[in-house]
Each structure stands twice: as C-alpha cells, then as structure tokens.
Design a protein around this ligand. Structure first.
Ligand code: OGA
Ligand code: NI
Length: 346
C-alpha cells in the first residue's frame, strides 16, 4: 500500500546540533507559568518564544495529572480494541467526529489513527464552506461503549484543557500589550476540539510520516505527548526541522493561524510534522482551541497605526475551517485553503 516516497523527506531533519546556533536556540523554550499572570518575566518569555519559534513547552501549568493519566490510559485501551469495535464510532462525511484510521483511506502519508471530539456538545459550525450558504449545523460527539470510562475521562480532562487555554490566552494577550481579557470574547461558543492521535509503530519509517508538515488553523494548540517523541518543528531562523524533546507531564503550545492574523504577523503560525517510529507506538493528545464559528478574524485594531497596515483581509473563522476540513476529508489534490490566501499584497 505504500506508494511514492514521501516528499517531505526531501528535507531531512538534522538531529546534530548545529555549531553556529547557540545552545538555547537548539530547542523550543520551556516556560514555567506557575507564578501566573502578574509575572512580567513569564510574559516576556512567552513573547520571545512566540516571536522566535511559534512554539514553547509549559510546566507549572496546574493541569491535574490524575486526569491526564486517566485519559491516556482510556485512549490506549480504546485503540487496542479490534477494528470492528472502533469502527462503530467511525467518522463519515456527515459527522467528522469520532474514530478514523488513515490506513482505510487513500491517505498513506499519515500513519495514524485518531479519535476526535468537541468540547461543546453540540458545537455549531457552518453547514458548508460556500460563502452564500448561511445554514448552521450541529456537530455531535460519538462515544464508544468500551472502555466504559472513556467518555467521562475525556470530558473531565477537557475541562482542564479549557481552563489552561483561557489562561494562556490571557498571557498571550498581555504579551502583545493588550488587556488580559481582550481575546476571550471570541471564544464564547468556541469550536474547540480534542484529537487523540495514536501512531502505531511503522515498519517503513522512511516512506511515511505520522503527520505531514502543516500549520494549525485555530488560535492555540495545547499538546500532550508521551515519552516516544517524533514531533518536529520548523525553526524560523533557518528552516531546520527540530525534534521536540519530550518533557514528562509538560504541554507543548503553539500559536495557530488565528493568532498570526490577530497579531498582524508578530506571532507566526509555524509548520510542524510528526515522524513515525519503527519500533514504538506513540500517543499524543492535542487540544485545538478555536474561536466561535461566527468570529470574523482580522488584525486587531490596537496593533495597527499609521505606520502599520493590516496584512490580512477579514475572514470568517467557521467558513475557513469548513473548507479546510472538506479538503482534508476528500484529500483534494488542490492546495488546501491557507491563511496566506487572505494576505493583502503590497
Ligand atoms: C496535529 C499535530 C502533533 C503530534 O495533530 O495537528 O500537529 O505530536 N500533532 O501528534
Ligand atoms: Ni498540528
């Protein structure tokens, strides 16, 4: 089933530290957020990380480890079920939530299985990506019967993620010189979701990737990874792929396209990808913190002045996301809709 060599491998990752790059630039920064909002140093660290990398790890985040471990265990039990059982909650063209296995589609590039669920149930989204179609539809989660504690474990963990997201959103707003609550209103009916990624070990690691290079289209992503590793981030200063070292119980944060636009490119959404492992399976759980579907995304007025013009045209978050999802689902060969399509050319 494996076809052509994955083109992403034309760009090899070099795991040896480059001698011309300082030690602190060889890994994404680690920020301790335990002393919270009033701490100027934390805010400065976040600002520098967002400017330089678009990525950082957080420790001192306050998320319940018990809840995190419960959801990880439940997820491992779910993915260990026979395919017939998992396919009872398989996603389809009508419902994008639930289970999905890349092996059962023509998508041989991404070597993984996933389980998706939204935070708000139902979550409102546009019925189609077509601009003239104003119909709104409700997405509903599908939960497996086994393991029996799966749903509760997921829902309890999600509450922790929502709390951490709003805290990070405040820190990021402050780091842009805005008031702490400046961005919160965009998340009233947020279209956030959790994705549980299960990457089986892959006997031909040179032919596949866990996830091909991409940018995240929402506001923030908060990712829990296990100790296997495989996530690589494209370093802004030289375009090298840098592996993200697993730190037990930390979270990896990256800013998505929405923050890139709000900040008028101060904080860019950075490409990343996942390598497969020839012997070990890997579990990762990203939380995609997305605005409400009706939010119109554009550079924030406060960050613009006579010298600085908006670099993006306004776009509707829900429509943008629906188009992305549709092209992902159909694996259209045409280029996915991307944020640079809204860039104002000078
Ligand atoms: C993603 C993603 C990274 C990982 O699902 O968008 O980038 O480490 N995942 O699984
Ligand atoms: Ni991603």
């Amino acid at each position: 089933m494996m076809g052509d060599v994955n083109p992403d491998f034309i760009q090899p990752s070099d795991e040896r530290p480059s001698p011309s790059i300082s030690l602190e630039d060889q890994q994404i920064p680690v920020v301790d957020i335990s002393s919270s909002l009033s701490n100027e140093l934390t805010i400065r660290e976040i600002k520098e990380a967002c400017q330089k990398w678009g990525f950082f790890q957080v420790i001192g985040h306050g998320v319940s480890l018990e809840k995190r471990h419960k959801v990880e265990l439940a997820a491992r039990q779910f993915f260990a079920l026979p395919p017939e059982e998992k396919n009872k909650v398989c996603r389809d063209e009508c419902n994008p939530l639930g289970y999905y296995d890349s092996e059962h589609t023509k998508n041989v590039r991404d070597w993984k299985q996933i389980f998706d669920f939204t935070v708000l149930d139902p979550t409102l989204v546009p019925a189609s990506h077509l601009p003239q179609d104003e119909e709104i539809t409700e997405l509903r989660n599908q939960w497996p019967l086994y393991p029996s504690h799966f749903r509760v474990a997921c829902e309890e963990y999600t509450q922790e993620m929502v709390e951490l997201s709003f805290k990070l959103l405040e820190l990021i707003a402050l780091s842009l010189g805005l008031s702490a609550d400046r961005l919160s209103g965009y998340f009233k009916d947020h279209a956030s979701f959790v994705r549980i990624n299960y990457y089986p070990s892959c006997p031909f690691p040179h032919l596949a990737l866990g996830v091909g290079r991409h940018k995240d289209s929402g506001a923030l992503t908060i990712l829990a990874q296990d100790d296997v590793g495989g996530l690589e981030v494209k370093r802004k200063m030289d375009g090298e792929w840098i592996p993200v070292k697993p730190i037990p119980d930390a979270y990896i944060i990256n800013v998505g396209d929405v923050i890139q636009v709000w900040s008028n490119d101060r904080y860019e959404s950075v490409e990343h990808r996942v390598k497969v492992n020839p012997v070990k399976e890997r579990l990762s759980i990203p939380f995609f913190f997305n605005p409400s579907y009706y939010v119109m995304v554009k550079p924030l007025d406060e960050l613009l002045d006579k010298e600085e013009n908006a670099k993006y045209k306004e776009y509707n978050y829900g429509k943008f996301y629906s188009r992305r999802r549709l092209s992902d689902f159909k694996k259209l060969s045409a280029e996915n809709i991307q944020i640079h399509h809204f860039r104002i050319l000078e």
